[in-house]
Design a protein around this ligand. Structure first.
Ligand SMILES: Cc1cc2nc3c(=O)[nH]c(=O)nc-3n(C[C@H](O)[C@H](O)[C@H](O)COP(=O)(O)O)c2cc1C
Length: 355
């Protein structure tokens, strides 16, 4: 019996998923009903987690890709009230809020969810999301954003566990700051950064790390997971590695490839150009972004295209290589989530627990 692979959803909380193309699918309205329905389906199928991203600006064009985005913590509070078992990962852009506010918001969702809330720390790489609201002081932030995130998370953890916090840092000052109630249990921490600064931060502070660049093999992902575990060792910690995966699955490889070709043909050049423009400003991540039009259509996120059997085998290979869990995205959540549950999950060896 190999490793068990956790599964979760990269929730459809933005208009359009991880494919910048015109038409429906891959574009979908980010509604409460859609997010609730796929969350309930994921929980009923035994998936382990749901993650919603935080986004403040999209890429325009005819597709209006990511122009609409439900706010992550408030969405997760509502999802918490209608689910009972699945973990809920809410995202916070540390640039946008004081940690004392976020500490209480997280404690609130922790209460609603009976301790199932997990916090995804987003350092923020996208200047145009923050500059539009006057929250980007200078471009040094591209390089020192994980130092900022570190201070932010240090404060969060103290507010979640101490009676009173006094702190004089580079970015935040707290004086006898109180935060009650405490979370039902200490929220676990997720971080999806991949730069060197991010990995150092993850090793020191996070419980789960998102790794994976487009075209990485399962073995390469396994090497990155091992590297992070090694970095965490001196801190006496263990960090689990998760990966994000865009799934185009169909009964046959040919049908799945035809679906991929359809999205490529309908790619939204205007929105892709905008995504490339703003992503290219970040010198911290430019080395691993794929800015050619084809991979940019898929937002540089790893994807698998193929038959149900091929997708299941790919997921099993990730488990064998030490990946703890996979966060799944689809072109059309409303129909693809039930399809994945019915046709891919039963084929996965990595979902069969020992009796
Ligand atoms: C699963 C996952 C979730 C993410 N969630 C967000 C998010 O909510 N908001 C955001 O701006 N970026 C998000 N990102 C981007 C990361 O936070 C991170 O900035 C990016 O992977 C680049 O890494 P770096 O910051 O080390 O350069 C996410 C990435 C992944 C893989």
């Amino acid at each position: 019996m190999g490793n068990y692979l956790q599964l979760g959803l990269f929730m459809p909380s933005t208009t359009g998923s991880l494919i910048i193309a015109k038409g429906t699918p891959p574009q979908s309205e980010a509604t409460w009903e859609l997010n609730r329905d796929v969350s309930l389906a994921a929980e009923a199928a035994g998936m382990e987690f749901l993650l919603s991203q935080v986004k403040w600006r999209g890429y325009g064009g005819e597709s209006g890709h990511w122009d609409g985005a439900l706010e992550s913590f408030t969405l997760m509070a509502a999802i918490a009230a209608v689910t009972s078992r699945i973990k809920l990962i809410g995202s916070v852009a540390v640039r946008t809020m004081n940690p004392a506010v976020v500490a209480k918001m997280a404690a609130t969702v922790s209460d609603v969810s009976a301790g199932r809330f997990v916090v995804n720390i987003v350092a923020g790489w996208n200047k145009f999301e923050y500059a539009q609201m006057g929250l980007w002081s200078d471009d040094d932030y591209y390089l020192n954003r994980y130092e900022y995130a570190d201070e932010f998370l240090h404060i969060l953890k103290r507010l979640w566990s101490e009676e009173s916090v006094t702190f004089k840092g580079k970015h935040f000052q707290l004086e006898d700051c109180r935060s009650f109630p405490k979370p039902r249990q200490m929220p676990e921490i997720v971080c999806a950064g991949q730069s060197e600064g991010a990995l150092a931060f993850v090793a020191k502070e996070a419980d789960y790390s998102f790794i994976g660049r487009m075209n990485d093999s399962a073995e390469q992902l396994g090497q990155v997971a091992a590297k992070i575990s090694k970095l965490a060792e001196p801190h006496g910690r263990s960090v689990h590695s998760l990966t994000l995966l865009n799934v185009i699955a169909a009964p046959t490889d040919a049908e799945a490839q035809a679906e991929k070709a359809f999205y490529l043909e309908n790619r939204d050049e205007v929105a892709i150009k905008e995504w490339m423009r703003v992503s290219g400003m970040d010198k911290n991540r430019i080395d691993y972004l794929h800015l050619d039009p084809e991979p940019a259509t898929f937002m540089s996120v790893p994807y698998i295209v193929g038959s149900y059997e091929k997708v299941a085998a790919h997921l099993d290979a990730l488990a064998v290589n030490g990946i703890t869990g996979v966060c799944l995205a689809f072109p059309d959540f409303a129909s693809d989530v039930p399809d994945f549950i019915a046709n891919v999950m039963p084929l996965m060896k990595s979902r069969q627990r020992a009796e």
